[in-house]
Design a protein around this ligand. Sequence first.
Ligand code: GLA
Length: 382
Amino acid sequence: MHDAKAFRSMHKERFGAEPAIFVGPGRVNLIGEHTDYAEGFVMPAAINFATLAGISPRTDGKIAIYSENQGEEKVFDGVQAKGIKYWTDYPIGVVSILAGEGHKIPGFSLSIWSDVPLASGLSSSAALEVSTALAVLSLVGASYPGPVLARLCQRAENEFVGANCGIMDQFISLNAKADHALLLDCRDLTYKLAPIPDHVALVIANTMVKHSVAGGDYPTRRRESEAACAVIARHRPGVKFLRDCTLDDLKKSGNEMEPKSYLRAKHVISENLRTVAACDALLKGHMKELGRLMGDAHRSYSQDFEGSCVEADAMVALAQDLPGLIGARLTGGGFGGCTINLVEQTEAAGFAEKLGARYAQKIGITPQIHICHASGGAHRLE
Ligand code: GLA
């Protein structure tokens, strides 16, 4: 966990000024994968892994960014128009988008530290964008409603970093509530909070296989599913996103699609139904039903969307008969990263231990397994 005191002294020592510190949490998605950019539904929760961003003004107009994780400081001559394909693109992208919104950005020093595992499907990127955005906004004396700021951070990732992500990660990092999951309608950004009962732990199991949203597979899947939507739209002109489509539409025009597109769309359309049903189950305390929906979601993600990998499928399979399991699936952008396991709190420690041992034996990699809880959204650290 972060040590804010040490972080504060580190910033002071490096930049000679007291920082204002902001926290942006990572997230785990309970269900609703690759549905956000199709204007569908997702149900994530923020987790107790986060990025800290400490900011102080400077008088030379420069923007200095130090990352404790990268062990590197980079200095820029003010706002930049384009990314340089480097870790600094995330914070600099946020600055660029805020400048584009009319904010006059003064020089500043920014320190960054994070314990959100990188490239593991837990939204380290969004945690960095969101904490940076709050830091820079504090400097210019401005603020935005959470949903609006989430869009700006998403734009930083889409337009500056060049990763074609949806809105889920930035939205949950900003708008999460402790001990709750959040069902987000990615069409109008309205949401419903669902309490996660005390007796349920979020056990996050890292396959240690790296995933990337900017890399090839994520945009390919996105294109394939959007191609299916375009075919359906030829028959139903009102259709703009897979959110607008039904399984019946798919049945009717499926034979006009590439087989891969058909399968991707089948996942997205059915995932939207499962996600809404999962929120309902959580609200009613029907944990068995929630677990069943998570299992179906994993099968659909793995078999139809082909968004999983051997290691993640193994991690899900190896969890099935362990005591305390409610539901397990691969979480996040796919092709590696982490699985989310809802587990009875009393069994969580044993579950984590056994799952880790089973995975190490089967795959030959020691996984990191974290027993997490749903945390609150991004905020200033007092
Ligand atoms: C990544 C993206 C999100 C979302 C998920 C898949 O986390 O950043 O916008 O598309 O993948 O559900």
